[in-house]
Design a protein around this ligand. Structure first.
Ligand SMILES: [Zn+2]
Ligand SMILES: [Zn+2]
Length: 209
């Protein structure tokens, strides 16, 4: 499996380009900013992007969505509970818009995700884990021995819960019940910062001890 990461935008959001070496088909997770860089990397990798998956609806994860959607015509997917915030870029999103920055409104999502949904692209298989707490519709994508954790779980950190719709209790419960139950060697690719593993987080994450 190809996993490529670009840190994009003022929040250094991790945009992941994930694909199959065999079929050359793939997905983009959280196209947060800098569509040109993302699309350039996709071209370098020779991937045909079939799906754009958002771990949640915050602006720093969706800023390049419109341009990337137009360039790839890939199906756009987000959890149903975050679709509303995405549609209007209001509410949750407004509170973290950086003054002076403007992102074009993304198109409406074509696929609304639910817990347990399967995403099958180009021979790769992922399962949707609904992990509310950072936002009501936050998800992690689990498959192929890795989990893309969005702003739910970071390397020795967890997502902030002070934004509208956030809940510290729900976030910690999501992490404990859906992520810490995974095998130790599961590699975690978070929405910001370096990768980690479930084992390292279970042993050393100060928010989960
Ligand atoms: Zn976020
Ligand atoms: Zn973020």
């Amino acid at each position: 499996m190809i996993i490529d990461c670009l840190a994009v935008g003022p929040f250094a959001t991790n945009c992941y380009i994930v694909g199959s070496e065999e079929t050359k088909q793939g997905i983009i997770i959280d196209p947060g900013d800098d569509a040109a860089a993302i699309l350039g990397r996709v071209a370098d990798l020779g991937l045909d992007i079939k799906m754009l998956v958002l771990t949640h609806g915050h602006i720093d994860h969706v800023g390049a969505l419109k341009a990337v959607k137009e360039a790839t015509d890939a199906e756009m997917a987000i959890h149903a509970d975050d679709a509303k915030s995405l549609r209007g870029l209001r509410g949750v999103l407004q509170s973290i818009i950086v003054p002076g920055l403007f992102y074009p409104l993304p198109p409406p999502p074509e696929r609304l995700l639910r817990d347990g949904d399967s995403l099958d692209v180009g021979g790769l298989h992922f399962e949707v884990l609904h992990t509310p707490g950072h936002t009501p519709g936050g998800i992690c994508l689990l498959g192929e021995g890795v989990v893309f954790s969005g702003d739910t779980l970071f390397n020795y950190g967890i997502g902030r819960t002070d934004l509208p719709g956030g809940s510290y209790h729900r976030l910690v419960e999501s992490i404990r019940s859906r992520l810490l139950t995974l095998p130790d060697d599961t590699v975690v690719y978070p929405g910001h910062g370096p990768e980690t593993t479930i084992g390292a987080e279970r042993a050393g994450n100060p928010f989960l001890s």
